[in-house]
Write a protein of this length. Structure first.
Length: 293
């Protein structure tokens, strides 16, 4: 039984780390299909995930008519609740990419139940462009490439990640990401107060974790070991600029769709925020909108 969740620097190469992360995410799938409230999507044809509702509000300034008629690629889509929400929001074509075959099987099953025509591509997101082209044929390009939330800490190489995004976008296409803020991830989530414990700046060394539970749902995991990489905000923005994208917006948010620390307060919309003055002292998320030139 794992007693210390970790957060210690580990000498692990990406193939080893990716295999461990995949084993962990494969085991999360049945827990998440039980906990993500899939019946809400089945019972209400207009239901969208809280994540997508938040992101559509942010995208509104750049897509005045929303996603209507647009082709969208969703990177790191997991079990597809956000992907089907994007389809329900009007996307003319939707493609979900994830490295977990079990997650894609769950996503595909949900989409079929809901009558949503979606394509699913199993791939490491760092190989997304070639994988999508091979799976769907030809040079696949999209009006919007979307990723949100809890995604890039699983990746060691943001320059390679940004190159996939640039390769998947049409000229003038939009990239959108909302993710946990790297300043938040540097905090010790188990203590009172805002105390830094983990590195904000990365040097290529992953942090290793051993946790028997996941962020939502009951049950425990046998594959407890995961690896994540810290990325300062400047690295994320710099990678996208280096890939040739034009930065349109950079925002920082005060809420999260999961409880990062026990003392966070749940809001009426189901998101979480810091209590009291800490809500002004520490960001929870960052959002970047960028455009292909």
């Amino acid at each position: 039984m794992a007693t210390d969740p970790g957060g210690f620097e580990a000498e692990a190469g990406y193939p080893e780390a990716r295999d461990a992360n995949l084993a962990n995410w494969e085991e999360r799938v049945p827990l998440h299909t039980d906990a993500y409230g899939l019946d809400r999507y089945r019972d209400d044809p207009a239901h969208l995930s809280q994540v997508v509702r938040t992101d559509l509000d942010a995208l509104g300034a750049f897509l005045p008519t929303g996603l209507a008629g647009l082709e969208v690629c969703h990177l790191q889509c997991h079990i597809g609740t956000d992907t089907v929400s994007l389809a329900r929001a009007g996307a003319a074509r939707i493609v979900g990419v994830d490295f977990s075959p079990s997650a894609l099987e769950a996503a595909s099953s949900l989409a079929r139940e809901l009558g949503i025509d979606a394509a699913w591509v199993q791939a490491d997101v760092l190989d997304a462009k070639a994988a999508v082209d091979a799976a769907l044929g030809g040079d696949q390009r999209f009006d919007v490439v979307y990723t949100s939330i809890g995604t890039i800490t699983w990746l060691p190489d943001l320059e390679r990640w940004a190159a996939q995004i640039a390769g998947l976008l049409r000229p003038r296409g939009l990239f959108y990401i909302r993710d946990g803020h790297p300043a938040l991830y540097a905090l010790d989530e188990r203590v009172d107060g805002l105390v830094t414990r983990y590195p904000y700046f990365g040097d290529g060394t992953p942090l290793a974790w051993d946790e028997e539970t996941t962020y939502v749902g009951d049950g425990t995991l046998a594959s407890t070991r995961t690896y994540e990489w810290p990325h300062p905000l400047s690295e994320t923005v710099g990678a996208l600029l280096g890939a040739g994208l034009e930065l349109l917006a950079l925002e920082e948010g005060r809420t999260l769709p999961w409880r990062f620390a026990e003392r966070m307060v749940e809001r009426e919309d189901g998101d979480f925020e810091w209590p009291g003055h800490d809500a002004r002292r520490m960001p929870c998320t960052f959002t970047v909108v960028a455009r292909a030139r």
